[in-house]
Design a protein around this ligand. Structure first.
Ligand SMILES: Cc1ncc(COP(=O)(O)O)c(C=O)c1O
Length: 445
């Protein structure tokens, strides 16, 4: 792709602008746009727009193209599978890529117990199906979710999402049987403590002593769903005791623990699954995003006893587990293993973390740097004393980064976090160039 980054006309250039105007005319604004550029091609950690600008990509299409855009082996696998079977529908006839992938996912997810897997199209659909499995198999209708979480945009996934604006605005009523409790967001701990461990313990205590006493009978709660690290919520890592304690609480009350690894899975945090950082074995896991390097695919992997008697016909869909997406997903897993992507991700996390810590030391506008492995974010504040959110600073930095050829993403309840989702295979040179651009942009916060 030649020189990278390469800004030949200030972005958005005239062609990008015209195409974004076309978009604004054709597509509802509900489909939001972070970066006002129109991309023509992408490869590895680079995206090139219709005006000839090329950018370093620190977004990976929201953590999807973790092996880089259009990796040669993925492209070859897709075209090979496309000449064999494009679609039959798993409800009509059986096919092997679905079974091979289900088997692999069962092998690579935590828990040595017997499991089953179902394949769907999107993260939201995986969440929907995890809840269906829990409700039908346990007979318990209620679900506990966390404030500041994100689980998707279909109605159950949206109901479970703990952020109102923009996701839920004007969309109620939501699905009955969903309750919320605060997540231990230690930087802004809802219980007013500055000690992360205390915050984690308070979060568990609140479920036991408040939610289960005043809002819902725990014997009617089928599942607690949580992201191991809140993604859209601003890369919020819970205190170390929290997830093991949550699992303990679930066991005490016969509640299933659903771990939503849609954003955190596939080495994004320096381990294959984020939950491995805490040694917890989920009863159900939802998986999507990086699973098939950009093809629409998702999965629910769950304990056999939850899945084995699900009523025939009550799960699935026309496209779920599309053969081309399954073939790509099998190649992704092969590449992760062969290329030692988990180790590479951990090493990338160390490099990124070092630079972000240096930024924190230099720029007061950064209130906190947090995350695990290469899944790192900076929370921008008006000042470190008040911790008042500074979404304008996050926007300014992202705009300045774009102008110099770096694509980044926002996150957080207050839209004040800059989150980094580079491809896990990004070359050192591009990583450093990207970080240099980010540092220059931080001066314009
Ligand atoms: C943790 C988590 N769950 C669910 C979803 C929803 O996935 P999708 O957008 O594929 O429906 C997302 C998407 O960002 C996510 O981060």
């Amino acid at each position: 792709m030649g020189k990278v980054p390469n800004i030949v006309t200030p972005p958005p250039g005239p062609k990008s602008k015209a195409l974004v105007e076309k978009r604004n005319d054709l597509i509802p604004p509900g489909v939001y746009l972070v970066q006002p550029v129109t991309i023509a091609e992408s490869k590895g950690a680079v995206m090139k727009d219709v005006d000839g600008n090329s950018y370093i990509d620190f977004t990976s299409g929201i953590g999807v193209t973790s092996l880089g855009h259009c990796a040669d082996e993925i492209v070859e696998t897709i075209s090979e599978q496309a000449s064999k079977i494009i679609h039959t529908c798993i409800h009509v006839v059986n096919y092997e890529p679905y079974l091979d992938l289900a088997q692999k996912l069962i092998e690579v997810t935590p828990g040595a117990f017997k499991k089953r897997a179902i394949l769907l199209n999107s993260g939201s659909e995986a969440v929907e199906n995890a809840i269906k499995v829990v409700r039908q198999s346990t007979g318990r209708p209620n679900i506990l979710s966390f404030e500041n979480s994100f689980h998707g945009r279909t109605y159950m996934a949206l109901t479970l999402t703990g952020k109102w604006d923009p996701y839920k605005v004007g969309l109620g009523p939501f699905v009955p049987g969903v309750y919320f409790t605060p997540f231990p967001y230690a930087y802004r701990c809802p219980w007013g403590t500055d000690d992360p461990e205390e915050c984690g313990k308070a979060a568990i205590h609140h479920i036991e002593k408040n939610i289960f006493k005043t809002q819902v009978d725990p014997s009617t709660v089928g599942a607690i769903i949580t992201e191991p690290i809140q993604g859209e919520g601003g890369f919020i890592v819970p205190p170390d005791s929290f997830l093991p304690d949550l699992k303990g609480l679930c066991e005490e009350h016969g509640i299933q623990l659903i771990i939503d690894e849609i954003q955190t899975g596939y080495a994004r945090t320096g381990k294959m699954w984020a939950i491995e950082h805490w040694g917890v074995e989920p009863d159900l896991m939802t998986i999507a995003k990086a699973i098939a390097s950009g093809l629409p695919l998702s999965a629910v992997v769950a304990r056999d006893e939850l899945m084995k008697d699900i009523y025939p016909g009550s799960l699935g869909g026309t496209y779920g587990g599309n053969p081309i997406a399954c073939a790509a997903a099998l190649k992704v897993l092969e590449m992760i293993e062969r290329e030692k992507i988990v180790d590479k991700a951990a090493a990338l996390g160390v490099k990124l973390g070092k630079r972000l810590d240096e930024f924190y030391d230099k720029y007061e506008v950064i209130g906190e740097v947090r995350g695990k492995g290469p899944m790192l974010a900076m929370e921008m504040v008006k000042d470190r004393g008040s911790r008042k959110p500074n979404p304008e600073a996050a926007s300014n930095v992202m705009k300045a980064a774009l102008a110099s050829g770096l694509l980044t993403l926002k996150a957080g309840l207050y839209n004040n976090c800059i989150r980094l989702h580079p491809p896990l295979t990004i070359e050192d040179e591009l990583l450093e160039k990207g970080l240099d651009i980010l540092e220059k942009a931080l001066k314009k916060a």
